[in-house]
Design a protein around this ligand. Structure first.
Ligand SMILES: [Zn+2]
Length: 260
């Protein structure tokens, strides 16, 4: 079982935007498709729902939620999950300019926890100039983890550039995970991230992701499985291949409580 927990589609590009996504998804069993912060939540979520409902066996959609703008009561969220068939939520705190523990966001987490809706924090690394980098800091999720311990949370792209904070948070909170979306061409960055996670003892909290369209699942898997080759004849620390394979083969849907 391979689940890609981090992909996007370009709904605006129509068929062309989705055909590439379908091709990239052939490598994996299931992929989570995160709605983009590109317009009103209602419109974006409707388009995402139309796409994922065509490929129910393969795709799981996460709805765009901006708690400062959207109605995040249990009733409204139930229509997102029920009517649109979306199975989680994605929040863009930096791009949308709200603190992760904003009072309205805290109300949203309460509803999400009640409904068993996992929440993905997407705060980088392709941030626009006006995005608030401060709100991307993973330590800000500590308050959310303490207040809503049963809420399933994923920190996107290892919380880059704040990887050390991410490792501390996932070690501290049982239900907070990190998405190991890597840049296959950035060998040194990949090496440091994986070794740091191994040394922190949190390899079992990492979920496989590709970040499509920035890279594909196939490329990411190849890079991760060839991990120790990056080291050549050096004496640098290595990570057992089995631990890396476990990340790739992790049943993310079960961990996040998602039923297809
Ligand atoms: Zn992304």
């Amino acid at each position: 079982m391979i689940v890609d927990c981090h992909t996007h589609i370009n709904c605006a590009a129509g068929e062309a935007g989705t055909s590439e996504h379908l091709t990239a998804a052939e490598t994996v069993d299931t992929c989570i498709v995160l709605a983009a912060a590109a317009g009103s939540s209602q419109e974006v979520n409707k388009k995402l729902s139309e796409y994922v409902s065509k490929y129910k066996e393969k795709m799981v959609g996460f709805a765009l939620i901006d708690p400062t703008m959207d109605n995040t009561g249990v009733k409204n969220l139930t229509s997102v999950t029920g009517k649109l068939g979306l199975k989680g939520a994605v929040l863009y705190c930096s791009s949308c300019g709200f603190h992760p523990a904003h009072s309205r966001a805290m109300q949203f987490y309460e509803s999400a926890q009640q409904l068993g809706l996992p929440v993905f924090f997407h705060n980088g690394p392709h941030l626009e100039p006006l995005a608030v980098l401060d709100y991307a800091q993973p330590y800000l999720l500590d308050e959310i983890g303490r207040t809503f311990p049963a809420l399933k949370i994923v920190i996107g792209t290892m919380g880059m550039p704040f990887v050390e904070q991410t490792l501390s948070i996932v070690a501290k909170h049982e239900n907070i995970y990190a998405d190991l979306t890597i840049k296959p061409g950035s060998a040194w960055q990949v090496y440091n991230m994986v070794v740091a996670a191994y040394e922190h003892g949190v390899m079992d909290k990492l979920l496989f992701g590709s970040g499509f369209p920035f890279s594909s699942a196939g490329e990411c898997i190849e890079t991760l499985l060839g991990f120790n080759k990056l080291l050549g004849d050096t004496n640098l620390p290595t990570v057992p291949r089995g631990n890396i394979r476990n990340i790739i083969e992790r049943d993310t849907l079960e961990l996040l409580g998602i039923k297809k």
